[in-house]
Unconditional design. Sequence first.
Length: 258
Amino acid sequence: MKKGIGIAAGCVSLLLFSACSHLSPSAMRAEYTDAEPPADLSGAAWRNAPEYRFTPYSAGPWYQEIERVSGMRGRVLEGGAVRLLWNEKYLYVGVRMEDSDIVDEAVRDQTHIFTQADAVELFLKHEAYPCYWEIYGSAGGRKTCYFFPGRGRLGLPGSSRYRHGVTVRTSLCGTLNSEKDRDRGWTLLIKVPAADLTRHGAEWKAGEKWTIHLVRHNYSVYLPSREVSVFPEFHAGNPHFHEGYAPLVLAKRGEKLK
């Protein structure tokens, strides 16, 4: 069992999606937290944060005909939702996911984990700077953080050599890498240090114009094909189209959600 993976702790609360009110779907709000939030996404801080549910997205041209004939098109068959917390030191991204077959075949960090495992992909960018981050967390607790000085350098090998302090914690409600049983789902916490995000000039505080995008990659023997879902709703064919990312609202300390 890899460090950073929990079993059963997330099962009780896994499907407790609330009817919490939240901002327009075009923005995501991170609530301020003084304390380190629980890695299993339990507790008042997580409950009081707005919830954003993943929306449908095509897995790509090879999958479109399968998505059409199977009824996957325009639907999310295995749902998931995101909540965000922050303070001066970290951004906390908490994700709960239904998953009938929890899979992770990745053998190391700093790879394209989304091609090897059930994973969530996080993009972060400040509007005033060309640089941005692409971060992965997988069901097995693997992680990747790519840093791009600008989109014009996308594809160069230097992005994968970025030194970062991102950590990933997961909690599974099911059996990893076993198609012989049916799983319920898993939770993921991605913890992004503010020191990483401010290293290149941007500030990390309420009022700063950060943007965010999330992509979920879901493999399952029980699905017609690999399922991809996103938040916010996204119509571009390339997740590096950062013009389509959602504004990330960093709530002030003590500020209540209206």
